[in-house]
Design a protein around this ligand. Structure first.
Ligand SMILES: Nc1ncnc2c1ncn2[C@@H]1O[C@H](COP(=O)(O)OP(=O)(O)O)[C@@H](O)[C@H]1O
Ligand SMILES: [Mg+2]
Length: 387
């Protein structure tokens, strides 16, 4: 390990004997270390409160807070910092006490500088390994949660498609019967029937509820109907223009500015255009709903490692933190009964799973929301496309 590496270890040297401290600091400096210095336990804790440090070399015998008490305080608050104790050669028991209180190791004075350098490097290596382990644990936990969420949503997706299919048939029968009843009640010979108006109102309620139930089944089955659609070359830029065209009326009504930032011209992918359009529609509909009059929606697209990354960013009301984990769940909605079904994002997630894509959401309350989609280009290589 070279001086450059030593330079990266953030080191604190604590000793009340100024002469000794300076000599050690100078010698460490020659080996590439840049130690911060403190002359007491109090000063040491003060510095740790302000600066991020990796290793503390700490004298045990100091006036004021003793080295061992300083060590205990460090380990209580800054668990990741490693401490190497410096003890007098007649006070080995201090070193053992220190290890019990969480010190990485101890060295007896007078200190052999090479020995100290090695210890500092070992202590730092320990910090690094622990940090790595911590990162790995965090990453694994995140991955596991994502897998569980995806599995849950996929099985809910299969279940809900099945239910939607089953509900469509009785729904059609109810609709037909309601229509028949309306026809009968509206006939001239029924004009004197005293409950006619009440019956018509009842039928209207039935019809309204059928409409709502249909909206739900259509959303769930929208893409299923198109299943005959096959994978083909999709020009995402064109598809986006087409989808924006379908939403023209809503965009104009709210006077929303749509900005397109297309960073790559290679926006062709091998995928299912119907499913992608549905994804864009659902996300754009949400963005339109989230922004105020004169709001803005920014659409960006670029290619990274054979994936197309697509972002839909709005400056709308944003999503509260506590809702971020729920928005992909079926029937989760913050909209009124007439406005939302809570199925838009659930379907988006489901379609993206079909297309081997991914989605991520970032949101700041009152500032806006951004949905980032990753879709594989689906071509083995550029040559295959050109053939
Ligand atoms: N762009 C967005 N800005 C703010 N909130 C959003 C946005 N997109 C989705 N949401 C939140 O996620 C919920 C679920 O969305 P979705 O599944 O499309 O169902 P719906 O639009 O029918 O409510 C919405 O009700 C809303 O609370
Ligand atoms: Mg929606």
């Amino acid at each position: 390990m070279n001086k450059l590496y030593n330079n990266k270890i953030r080191l604190l040297l604590v000793d009340d004997e100024e002469g000794f401290r300076m000599t050690i600091a100078k010698r460490l400096g020659k080996r590439g270390f840049v130690p911060v210095q403190a002359s007491s336990g109090e000063e040491c804790l003060n510095i740790l409160g302000k600066e991020l440090l990796d290793v503390v070399v700490l004298d045990v015998k100091m006036p004021g807070i003793s080295g061992i008490d300083t060590l205990k305080a460090i380990k209580q608050v800054y668990k990741k910092v490693q401490v190497i104790l410096l003890t007098g050669n007649i006070a080995v028991s201090d070193g053992i006490d220190g290890i019990k209180s969480g010190a990485f190791d101890y060295l007896t004075k007078p200190v052999e500088i090479d020995h100290l350098v090695n210890k500092i490097k070992q202590a730092f290596e320990m910090t690094r390994l622990e940090q790595e382990k911590h990162e790995q644990r965090k990453y694994r936990a995140k991955l596991e949660k994502k897998m569980i969420d995806t599995e849950r949503l996929v099985s809910l997706g299969t279940l809900s498609t099945g239910i939607a299919h089953e509900i469509n048939n009785p729904l059609a029968i109810i609709n037909e019967s309601a229509g028949f009843m309306k026809q009968v009640i509206s006939a001239p010979e029924m004009s004197k029937y005293p409950l006619k108006e009440k019956l018509l109102m009842g039928i209207e309620k039935i019809e309204k509820s059928i409409k709502r139930a249909r909206k739900i089944t259509h959303q769930l089955l929208g893409h299923v109907k198109k299943q005959e659609s096959q994978f083909c070359e999709v020009n995402l830029k064109e598809l986006l223009c087409e989808t924006l065209g379908l939403l023209k009326k809503e965009l104009e009504q709210k006077n929303i500015t749509v900005t397109r930032k297309i960073y790559d011209e290679k926006n062709i992918l091998w995928s299912d255009p119907y499913q992608i359009r549905q994804i864009l529609m659902n996300l754009l509909n949400n963005a339109i709903h989230a922004v105020e009059q004169n709001g803005s929606i920014i659409l960006s697209m670029c290619e990274v490692n054979d994936n197309i990354i697509f972002e839909i960013k709005d400056n709308g009301f944003g999503i509260p933190k506590e809702n971020l984990g729920k928005i992909f769940d079926p029937f989760f909605t913050t909209k009124s009964f007439d406005e939302g079904t809570g199925l838009g994002l659930f379907v988006v997630h489901k379609l993206l799973t079909n297309l081997k894509g991914e989605i991520e959401v970032k949101s700041i309350l009152s500032k806006g929301t951004s949905f980032i989609i990753k879709l594989p280009r689906g071509f083995e290589s550029e040559e295959v496309v050109k053939q």
